[in-house]
Design a protein around this ligand. Structure first.
Ligand code: ADP
Length: 615
């Protein structure tokens, strides 16, 4: 029993080759037989016909020889007769040994008898001629010899006709034989074709059925039905393949069962963790459809997860402001972004620091986002108490400070009498401290106003070079006095920015005045502006003393001032904090780059007013 597929295919091919060989051999054998039969029959008959013709010629010559013998010359006639006799007997012997047809033997016997009599009569003629003369010899010839001559000739004619007939009939037989052979070969070919077709179909089906079965099973498994098994019992390669395939699906099934179970446990764990987070949390897909939300979210927004799942964020939570932030944060492709929002729930106001984190799949493709609503209500309340307190204190400071400054002015102007040098220095010191205190109070008031949301912004479209021009102007003289280079470098045709003119002027004033404060004679300060994407980037760069690396991350925090032994601290540490608040209120970014003894660069961005370019 052949087991391998290769063996089976070989057997199929070999059997087809054998079939072709059988057909070929049969056809060749038939053709050979046919040609043999034709040859045998035709050659034998032809020999007899030829011999009969030669004998007829010989006897005719003998007849002439008899007449010559009687009437012309006995010697010549005898010679001729004898020569023809030999010729006749030669062909007679050939014919006598080539009897092929029924009745041919008797005919040969007849010819022999007629011819013998003819020969004997010629001997008798010699006597008649010798004894009775020419006339009697001619009478003897006509009466006796001529009839035997005619008998012999007729018998030879009959022999020739018999063989001719046989030849024709053997030709017909050969034609018949050829026809039969053709039918036989044709029949064998048809039989072989049908048999070959049947055998190959049978075997092909036998080979292909398990493959088709295996393919069907594979398709089902691919569609997810891991219970499928291929039932193939052949012991060939396909059988082996199906056994391996079945093992594989079994293992896949086991793996799926174990991983599914594990995954379910893990998923439930993760869900439990998400659900138990005390801050509201919502997960959205790429199209901002809700995937899940936790209990805290349900509580604050008064919604139910079952109702909202698969719905668009805005369908469930009708807060366009939060949605705008979430979508812009997601589109920005930043890892995470946050912003504080106030949410009214029932009769209470809550403050949430909304942190948007993009979720990426294994291929680092964005697949959705998570928005965590960090509850900062308490912090906000504390902040409010603090800013209210600072605002009140600062305000309370303002009136006495004004009196102190006015008093020092009067004293310095010597309106209350001439001061000696020591008194003048005291008054000057009081004035300088008073000025610092007044700046601190003003900065604090500004900051509390911004932080508490009381600051009012008037956003409009402006040309940034106008704002920079206006901000830089007051500092040119001071820079010159301090022997510093201050200039403005701006790209041409910058787009408009959407800004509050006064607030941005305030920002630039602070940055330029810091630059002047923290540079020395000979240093350079450049204010620049350029367009990038849909923003305008503004920077104030100086070649001053720079900021130590450890201070840079905190430089925008309140009351942060670089402590430098050689350098007297002259500010309040609030300027940059206010600057940052203002830029953030403009939805811009601000950052600082600095290297000690090389210089600092403060850069911020403003959104363009619209897409239209300035002309
Ligand atoms: P201040 O009123 O003290 O200047 P700011 O908030 O404006 O307060 O600045 C905070 C601190 O940042 C400053 O005390 C100073 O140490 C540092 N700083 C600000 N700008 C520069 C600058 N251009 N070069 C070096 N240091 C600077």
């Amino acid at each position: 029993m052949i087991k391998t597929l290769k063996g089976k295919v070989s057997v199929l091919y070999l059997s087809l080759v054998a079939l072709i060989a059988v057909v070929g051999i049969t056809a060749s054998a038939n053709l050979f037989n046919l040609s043999e039969a034709i040859d045998g029959l035709m050659i034998a008959n032809y020999k007899s016909i030829n011999a009969a013709a030669k004998m007829t010629e010989a006897i005719e010559r003998q007849d002439s020889a008899v007449l010559i013998y009687i009437n012309v010359s006995t010697q010549r006639g005898k010679e001729l007769f004898t020569a023809s006799n030999e010729e006749f007997l030669k062909w007679f012997n050939i014919d006598a040994n080539n009897i092929t047809e029924g009745g041919e033997g008797e005919l040969i016997d007849n010819i022999e008898a007629f011819y013998s009599r003819y020969i004997n009569l010629f001997l008798d003629l010699q006597e008649v001629l010798n004894k009775q003369g020419t006339e009697q010899a001619n009478i003897f010839y006509n009466d006796k010899i001529l009839p035997e001559f005619i008998n012999t000739k007729n018998a030879l004619k009959e022999l020739s006709l018999m063989n001719e007939k046989a030849m024709f009939s053997s030709k017909d037989g050969a034609t018949e034989h050829a026809k039969n052979s053709m039918y036989f070969v044709f029949g064998t070919s048809i039989f072989a074709t049908i048999l070959g077709f049947g055998v190959s179909r049978f075997f092909t089906n036998r080979f292909l059925t398990p493959i088709t079965q295996l393919t069907q099973t594979m398709k089902l498994v691919k569609a997810g039905d891991l219970n499928q098994q291929a039932h193939i019992n052949t012991q060939d390669e396909i059988g082996e393949l199906s056994i391996e395939f079945n093992n594989m699906t079994k293992r896949l099934q086991q793996y799926e069962q174990s991983t599914m179970g594990q995954l379910l446990v893990e998923k439930n764990k993760s869900l439990a963790i998400v659900k138990s987070i005390s801050d509201p949390l919502i997960a959205l897909d790429n199209d901002y459809r809700i995937i899940l939300l936790n209990d805290a979210f349900e509580g604050i927004f008064k919604v139910e997860e079952e109702v909202l799942v698969n719905k668009h964020f805005l369908e469930g939570i009708r807060n366009g402001e939060i949605f705008d932030f979430i979508s812009s944060a997601y589109k920005s492709e930043d890892e995470s972004r946050q912003k504080i929002f106030m949410v009214r729930s029932g009769h209470e106001d809550f403050y949430f620091n909304v942190i948007v984190t993009a979720v990426k799949d294994n291929n680092a493709k964005l697949s959705g986002l998570i928005a965590l609503f960090q509850n900062v209500t308490q912090l906000k309340q504390l902040e409010k108490i603090r800013t209210d307190f600072i605002a009140t204190i600062s305000h309370e400071f303002k009136t006495p400070l004004t009196s102190i400054m006015m008093g020092t002015d009067v004293l310095a102007d010597e309106g209350m009498g001439v001061l000696n040098e020591e008194q003048k220095q005291f008054v000057q010191a009081i004035r300088e401290d008073g000025e610092r205190l007044a700046k601190l109070v003003n900065d604090l008031l500004e900051l509390t106003r911004i932080e508490s949301g009381r600051a009012v912004y008037k956003f409009q479209k402006y040309a940034i070079d106008d704002i920079i021009d206006c901000s830089i102007k007051p500092f040119y003289q001071l820079a010159e006095q301090q022997d510093k280079t201050l200039y403005f470098k701006c790209e041409e045709d910058l787009p408009y920015v959407r800004a509050d003119f006064e607030k941005i002027t305030w920002v630039l004033n602070n940055l330029i005045s810091n630059a002047l404060k923290y540079t020395d004679a000979g240093d350079e300060i450049v204010v620049g502006a350029e367009a990038k994407a849909n923003k305008v980037v503004i920077s104030v760069k100086d070649t001053g003393r720079g900021i130590p690396e450890e201070y840079i991350p905190h430089i925008f925090e309140k009351f942060v001032q670089v402590k430098d032994g050689d350098f007297e601290v002259r500010g309040t540490g609030l300027g940059l904090a206010v600057v940052k608040e203002i830029i953030q209120a403009h939805s811009g970014d601000i950052w600082c780059e600095s290297r000690l003894d090389v210089g600092s660069s403060f850069t911020f961005t403003l959104n363009t007013g619209d897409k239209e370019l300035r002309t």
